[in-house]
Design a protein around this ligand. Structure first.
Ligand code: ADP
Ligand code: ASP
Ligand code: MG
Length: 408
């Protein structure tokens, strides 16, 4: 007898957006179960429900305590999980829903972006053993203070990966509204191609530079714990993208993907005295504010002063400017400026390690379409440029063509 596989299936917002979609999800789960597999289902909130709940919160209050916000936001996943369970019962599949807390997700108390401390899925395991399909609300847990927590936007992917690891599942399938991970955002570039496989290294660089799928934290978790990920479509059900360890004996594409990110703003502290300890002071202060700083560039010192530029998420810009202005006075810098109209475009590929010229081709391509480069940063397998926000879509299209990524 063929041993059963344990499969975690996670469905994103669009995939459970209405009753019809939920019935289709239930049918798909039923087919997987009837083939002899065990399934644990993870669901996101329906459609744009999370945004809608956040909007409502904004309408009733400008004061938003984390505890109440998390109670509110996680209600979206709770509604979806109960409805999907009903859809399963309706076609004769015994199932039961679990909140993050019931499923054993213990997190820290950092509301709105809680981190997993431990996963103890005893009830989920018991449910499987009883022959049921457990349905778990994504992106939620219970804190060390016994409060409901939300694990951040896109956190349901992390829920899926973490429970797949805790249960020793054979694979973790992330169902979404596209057929896999693409060479660039398929909404922007219709010739983008689905990647049949992608390495963890490449996917991490992609998610860190603007590719929303899967969430970056879930990719990190999967890599650390060796969880097999399969990103695929909840609409066509066809084979998607497998995320694997890099195959070193395979010929690697020099550039595999182009990403873009419009969620960050650029900050510059000008005329900073060029002395040891200044950068440490600036970035320690930002870290203490919990601001996620990226792309730091310091100019060559000229007459004992230098400029330091870096990017921060739009959401953190106001408090970063406030802090930088205070620091500028303390350290004797000339001034602070910020620009929230920038965007970042990146090219990613493991083959870049052994092939020079990628940066040159990137800069030539941007220059040929009149795009001015304002900051540059690189890793072993990525080159990123900060450009004007209104030129970023043209830049993505031109780079996707220039590196031969377009499909037929
Ligand atoms: P879900 O809600 O299903 O978890 P998201 O809506 O967060 O998924 O992310 C899926 C979307 O990500 C797709 O609709 C697609 O337009 C967008 N996207 C952007 N870049 C890429 C890419 N390189 N590969 C796949 N999808 C991408
Ligand atoms: N519904 C939440 C969000 O939109 C969590 C998730 O879908 O992963 O961010
Ligand atoms: Mg989504």
């Amino acid at each position: 007898m063929v041993p059963v596989a344990l499969i975690v299936q996670k469905f994103g917002g669009t995939s459970v957006a209405d009753a019809e979609r939920m019935r289709e999800v239930a049918d798909h789960v039923a087919r997987t179960v009837r083939r002899g597999n065990q399934v644990v289902l993870i669901v996101s909130a329906m459609g744009n429900e999370t945004d809608e709940l956040l909007r409502l919160a904004g309408e009733v209050s400008i004061v938003q305590p984390g505890r109440e916000m998390d109670m509110l936001i996680t209600a979206g996943e709770r509604k979806a999980m109960a409805l999907v369970c009903l859809a399963l019962h309706n076609i004769g599949i015994d199932s039961e829903s679990f909140t993050g807390s019931q499923a054993g997700f213990l997190t820290d108390a950092n509301h709105r972006n809680a981190k997993i401390l431990d996963v103890r899925p005893d009830r989920v395991r018991a449910s499987l053993e009883a022959g049921r399909v457990p349905v778990v609300g994504g992106s939620q847990g219970v804190s060390t203070e016994n409060d409901v927590t939300f694990m951040g936007r896109g956190g349901s992917d992390t829920t899926a990966v973490a429970i797949a690891h805790a249960l020793g599942a054979d694979s973790c399938e992330l169902y979404t509204d596209v057929t896999g991970v693409f060479t660039t955002d398929p909404r922007l570039v219709p010739t983008a191609r689905r990647m049949p496989t992608v390495s963890f290294d490449e996917l991490l660089e992609m998610t860190a530079t603007g590719c929303p799928k899967p969430s970056m934290r879930s990719v990190e978790y999967a890599r650390t714990h060796g969880v097999r990920l399969h990103v695929r479509s909840a609409f066509t059900w066809q084979e998607g993208t497998w995320v694997d360890e890099e195959e070193t004996d395979m010929e690697q594409a020099i550039v595999s993907a182009v990403t873009h990110d419009t969620s960050e703003a650029k900050m510059t502290i000008a005329g900073v005295p060029d002395q040891p300890g200044i950068a440490a002071r600036v970035f320690r202060a930002l870290a203490d504010l919990d601001v996620n700083v990226d792309m730091i560039v310091q100019n060559v010192s000229d007459r004992g002063v230098t400029d330091i530029s870096f990017t921060v998420p739009h959401a953190d810009l106001a408090r970063t400017v406030e802090l930088a202005e205070r620091l500028a006075v303390e350290i004797g810098a000339a001034g602070v400026s910020s620009d929230d109209t920038i965007a970042r475009v990146s090219v990613i590929g493991a083959g870049m390690r052994s092939n020079p010229g990628v940066a040159a081709t990137m800069f030539e391509t941007l220059s040929a379409c009149g795009v001015n480069i304002r900051m540059i940063s690189t890793s072993a397998i990525r080159v990123s440029c900060v450009v004007d926000g209104d030129q970023v879509e043209d830049a993505v299209r031109a780079l996707h063509d220039a590196f031969g990524l377009a499909g037929a």
